[in-house]
Design a protein around this ligand. Sequence first.
Ligand code: ADP
Length: 188
Amino acid sequence: HHGWIEVVVGPMYSGKSEELIRRLRRAQIAKQKVIVFKHSIDDRYSAKDVVSHNGNKIKAINISNAEDIYNYIQEDVDVVGIDEVQFFDDNIVDVATDLANRGKRVIVAGLDMDFRGEPFGPTPKLMAVAEFVDKLSAICMICGSPAHRTQRLINGKPAKYSDPIVLVGAAESYEARCRLHHEVPKDE
Ligand code: ADP
């Protein structure tokens, strides 16, 4: 029996983690062996689990390299979930492909675009090689249209390129926006 790759993408707040957790829970109910990873750069709410913005969660293993997955995969694993997949390097594409070739159902979730609206890390490549791709939307905080982009805000105002990537405290936040209301940062 062969495996496959499923990709769940969208902006922040589009429900990627929710959808990943939903698929993994259903597999667990069907007595499949599920293992969940997430990139260790994402430590919102909980250092360990995959947690959605509405509070759903599932136990996850934090890793920072795609190859780390091999340290945890046993033959009897049926389903492999990976969240925040955009933070991995391109090796994640080979690892996901290899696992699918070995009969695993691989479900990855992550951002398809960064806050500038540019393709994000390995996600576009994963979308290309996957059997199934779901592109989710959030709701634009300005107009209520479907939102496919993530606006980075600093002290409530759209970020510029020159703004520091890592900020101290709660000055930085993100908001779902549609194409019209997403402001691409500029250096001025
Ligand atoms: P993602 O993993 O894509 O960031 P989550 O699954 O963590 O998304 O969170 C989705 C939840 O975010 C929604 O169910 C809703 O409760 C909340 N949410 C906050 N802002 C928005 C928004 N602008 N549009 C839609 N949902 C939002």
